[in-house]
Structure formats: C-alpha cells, structure tokens
Design a binder for this molecule. Sequence first.
Ligand code: UGA
Length: 443
Amino acid sequence: PIAEHPRLTVIGTGYLGATHAVSMAVLGYEVLGVDVDAAKIALLASGRVPFYEPGLPEKLREALDTGRLRFTTDFTEAAEWGDVHFICVGTPQAHDSNAADLTYVDRAFATLSSAITRRALIVGKSTVPIGTAARLTELVRASSPVGERVELAWNPEFLREGYAVEDTLHPDRLVFGVQSEWAEAQLRAAFRPILDAGTPLVIADLATAELVKVAANSFLATKISYINAMAEVCEATGADVNILASALAYDSRIGSRFLKPGLGFGGGCLPKDIRAFIHRAEELGVGQAVTFLREVDGINQRRRTRTVDVIREMVGGSLEGVPVAALGAAFKPNSDDIRDAPALDVARMLSAEGAIVTIYDPEAMPNARRAYPELSFAPSLPEAVRGAEVVALLTEWAEFREARPDDLGRLVAHRRIVDGRHALNADEYRARGWEYRALGRPV
Ligand code: UGA
C-alpha cells in the first residue's frame, strides 16, 4: 500500500535533520524527530533550536503548534510508528584518515531496521561514500525481522546553512535514489507539496544518488578554488581578482555564484566531502579521476597561510607581540558553525606566531570559546578592534560590512585592515586613511 500522507520520522536532529523535520511538519506531514541526545530532543520539544539558523526557531514553534511535530529518543516508537524514515545523522571526517566516519549512519540503520516490524522505507539523507547505500541494503535485510518488507532509498540533501529552511522548502531539485517503484511512490508521497510546486525531480539508482551529492559539493569547492587560484596569479601580476571575477561572471556559462574570491571554503561539508571523495575514488581504483580535488584542497589551504603572510608583511615582518583583531569565527556569516572555519584557522596561526589575537563573532563565540579555550575573545566589535595594529576581516558578517571606517579607526592603534572576504569598500577605507589589503588585489 502507498500511504497518501506517510508518517515521517527523522533520525538525527542536527542542522539537516531538525530542519527537515520542521519543514515537513510545516508542509502538513505528521513527523517524529528522533535523536540519541536527550538534551537536544528536550530543547527541540520545548521550541528551541540548539544551533543558530535564521528562521528555524519560528518555523519550529509553528510546527509544534500544529501538533504534527513531536520528538523522542525512543527508536522503537519511531520504528513502530513511521512509514518513511529519514536518516539525517552526521558523517564527519574520520580521526585517522580522510575517509568519512560512518559509525553514526551504520548505527542508525541497524538500530532502526532491527526494530521495524512492518512495511517501511528507510531513506538515507546523510552524505556518504559511493557504495554505502548498497552495503546498507544488505545490512538492513540481515537485521530486519520483516526482511525485504523494509526497503532502502537515498535522497541527498543540498541545503546550505543559513538558508536551511528556504532550501528545504524550495529546493533546486529533488533526487530520489530508489530500488523499486514502491519506494519511488513512497518518496513522491513524502514530498508531494514540494513536487506539486514544480520542483524538478531526478530519479536515479542508489550509487548515482550518492554521487550527485559529492559531485555537487566537489564542483562548488572547485569553483571557489578556481577563482582563488586566479587570485594567486593576480597577486604575482598586479591584476585585480575582483574585477576579473566580475568580468568572468558575465559569461552565463560561468555565472557569478561561488566565484567569490577570498579566504576560501570551510564548514562541515565542502572540505571533508572532497577529502572523503578522493579517499573513496582511490578505493574504487579511480583515484586519478579526482586527483585535481587535492589541488582544490591545497589552493584552499594556501589562502589561509597567505592571509597570515599579508598580515605579517603589513606589520613589518614579525607578528611577535602584535595586537590583531580577528573579525569572525564562523565558517561563513549567518551561522554559528565553526567546523573547519578558515577564520579560526587564521586566528590560530597568527597566535602561534606570537600575535595577540582578539576574536569577535556575532554568533559563533560560544562554540569558538569551547573549541579553543586558549584563544582570546572580545564581547563586541569595538572591544575586539580596540588597540589593534591590524584588523583582519575573516567572516563577512553584515555587522563588519556595515561598520564605519572612521568608527573603527578611532579605536585601533593603526589603521590597517586585511579584507579576507572582499566584503568592504576599499576606496572608502583608503579615503579614511586605512592601509587596505585583500588577497588577489593590488596593494
Ligand atoms: C554546502 C553546499 O553549498 C550545500 O549545497 C550542501 O548541501 C552543504 O554544503 C552540505 O553538504 O550539507 P554550506 O556548507 O552550508 O553548504 O556552505 P556554503 O554556503 O556552500 O559555503 C561553503 C564555504 O564556501 C563557506 O566557507 C563560504 O565562505 C565559502 N565560499 C562560498 C567562498 O569562499 N566563495 C564563494 O563564492 C562561496
């Protein structure tokens, strides 16, 4: 039977799962959010989101008010109740290699499938190495008391942090990796309102569905590193990467998005996804096909060291004892996520060279403090820049973009600024007596 309105469970309530659960409930589905973390579940059930995501708290409360969204830590309850189970647990980089750590995914599939006693679909949403879904199909078959009545499908997720709700409700496309018409029909029913709105749907086999996700993130990472490679060339020639990028972007085949030069990409996805992809491709004997992704990673890392080089140059060759204001800690604005954050990497490198670094971020301070107790933090932008010999803009929050050069100038010891994100108006800063530097732009 195909449920008209399947009951949905969402296993794993991090950035991806919480957003998915909330969005589906808002769309009219009955949803049960499940996590092993009881504190997180309690917080969500009380209408609070355990991380910073604009718009999500409001949507969570809206969804809770409808009575369609509930949360639990009980996998058996979820297994008995749900028709379609979405697995949204994390796949971080392994501690000892570039591979993805699949512990959480494996555990979620095993726990759930051993508790399901009726016809159901388990849908993986986590980003995984190609071949994982095929392996999990075997695992589910082996551990399920009802055997082949439990099926597995893959539905990669393309949401961006900071736009998570918008991207979930209005995705560019949906991809269903399925093994039967029944599974496809279940997924169509589970995404009915989004499909009815005209969202393109791609039906694929499991391996292709897994690959779409890593291929998309690899492409995006490559695009960013491409323009940052051009920035390196600009630095050696006196050319201006900003003008270059704007001229390239007019070619509609290239386009302007993800062509913004600067400190490069970070976060919980792009960096670890390209590394896991290289690792998996090597296992599959096609490492050569993605060797270029090593360069993509290398170019990206070099932007961080280059930023430190520029700051060192500005203060005359040594950072020892130099007060530096580091503006930003999150890997991008509108997020409190500090995973592989370029900003914090730069702050750490500066501090390792003896600079007295003071960090300020509008949202990510609690996370940054917890992860780097050895670094110094200021409670506000003015406090961070007070007495600084160099200001380094490392994450392009609106608060930094909108700051007035004179207001900052009155607080610093020297009017020197490195715009790591090409976020400021260089002419305006220079007119106010600032020495302004940005990677890939003439001095
Ligand atoms: C990324 C993808 O954009 C999503 O489509 C994907 O679903 C997600 O990973 C995931 O795999 O879960 P996200 O990590 O939220 O999303 O962040 P992005 O907005 O893609 O930004 C990634 C990094 O690239 C940031 O550090 C940002 O500062 C940097 N970036 C982005 C640039 O340096 N230049 C650009 O032009 C664009």
